[in-house]
Design a protein around this ligand. Structure first.
Ligand SMILES: [Zn+2]
Length: 219
């Protein structure tokens, strides 16, 4: 079964334990087809070039076994002041994290800022239903319009994941919306790799007929 995992941290993140190579080899061992590395922008800081080069080398090294995507996780509490959006143009995608947090930047400011990014952009571990309620808006409609994809984060640290698994209405709303989706393990340590939930979430998104962000529709 096709499996993608678009949220993983390595030693380039302050809270990552494994090298990119270890993360990728672990994913290969679990028969993951597409692995995205998304280290924290605030941890990488000025070393973005080195980060990209390392991931390029990985893509080269493991290319016949797994598809490696170069991502980046960008904070919104508040927006970083040391990131030039142009430096993300050659990434496969970026994830904006925790936009549903009360300390996160204002939604209107975010949507304006988001327009400065040219690669595919997604919302990581964000309860878009709760966020929509807070602002009194239909987040799915907004995301569709602003080309933002939605991550189902299976790490177990976010309630919206379990809600989504058991809430028919929300599943139908996402499926109907045409918003693209991704699945992320948010792995920081391979010993804790949650491959069963990853597989389950991939299967669910496929069942719902959702289009996968970055990867495209799965056969
Ligand atoms: Zn993360």
């Amino acid at each position: 079964m096709f499996t993608a995992d678009l949220h993983n941290h390595t030693v380039f993140s302050y809270d990552g334990t494994n090298t990119p190579e270890e993360i990728i080899e672990n994913a290969i061992a679990h028969r993951v087809d597409v692995i995205g590395i998304t280290d924290h922008q605030f941890s990488i800081g000025g070393d973005l070039r080195e980060y990209k080069a390392r991931l390029d080398a990985c893509r080269e090294k493991y290319g016949d076994k797994i598809k490696v995507l170069r991502g980046l996780e960008i904070g919104t509490r508040p927006a970083p002041d040391d990131l030039n959006p142009r430096d993300t143009d050659d990434l496969d995608y970026v994830l904006f994290e925790s936009l549903d947090d009360t300390r996160a930047m204002d939604l209107a400011d975010f949507l304006e800022w988001r327009r400065r990014f040219r690669c595919p952009c997604g919302l990581a571990h964000c309860d878009i239903f709760r966020l929509g309620e807070r602002y009194g808006v239909d987040m799915l409609k907004i995301m569709r319009r602003s080309g933002l994809f939605w991550e189902l984060n299976i790490s177990g640290n976010y309630d919206y994941y379990y809600d989504f698994l058991t809430n028919d209405k929300k599943r139908e709303a996402v499926a109907r919306s045409g918003v693209k989706v991704s699945v992320g393990s948010d792995t920081h340590w391979i010993e804790e790799y949650r491959f069963r939930p990853i597989r389950r979430a991939n299967a669910l998104m496929r069942e719902l007929g959702c289009e996968f962000a970055v990867i495209g529709r799965i056969r």
